[in-house]
Write a protein that binds this ligand. Sequence first.
Ligand SMILES: Cc1cc2nc3c(=O)[nH]c(=O)nc-3n(C[C@H](O)[C@H](O)[C@H](O)COP(=O)(O)O)c2cc1C
Length: 192
Amino acid sequence: MPTLFEEVKIGNLELKNRVVTAPMGFAYTDPDGGYSERQIEYYVERARGGFGLIYPTATMVTTEFEPAPMPNVLENYSQATRLAMLCEKVHHYGAKVCVQLSLGLGRVSFIDPYTAPKSASEIPSFFFPNLICTPYTKEEIKFLVQKFGNAARLAQNAGADAIEIHAYGGYLIDQFLTPLWNKRTDEYGGSL
Ligand SMILES: Cc1cc2nc3c(=O)[nH]c(=O)nc-3n(C[C@H](O)[C@H](O)[C@H](O)COP(=O)(O)O)c2cc1C
């Protein structure tokens, strides 16, 4: 049986060991959502300590519909430049970087008690159930998909070794994946 400190291959990704912390969003971003020096150094310390894989925080691909829902954002070259710094420093210690990309929180957004968040369908928002979410239009979904691809490309060009899709925990992608929240009758609804 392999041990924690043995190398492993996941697809084309080779890790020097299996030491990794699950992705966790945290504050201290730069004001535009880019990775701050403080965040970068936090991950570099892990790499220096011997981690095989580093997950920076869940990273939004756009702020178009959720202004600042999560700590980090990757939608332009300036933010990508700071991710590139993170990747270069982490790589220096032989660790790899997996960027977790997110479409957002959807019904779990906490905008304010009067503004309905957007989601897959007209379902109650999580924090203020009297607020019924506004469904994304097909055009908006296409925009989100395009932004996801854009962020993935930015991450790849910045030196990230892998992308993870933030599709768990009842957040926006998850809201599209279950009939409990996705009641659409267009091509974005129904069975997978
Ligand atoms: C403060 C905090 C932030 C988190 N942020 C994310 C995140 O950005 N992406 C994600 O996939 N999971 C996130 N999680 C979930 C963790 O990655 C992990 O799955 C969860 O804590 C369960 O793992 P554990 O049993 O090792 O604690 C977060 C958890 C915490 C406590």
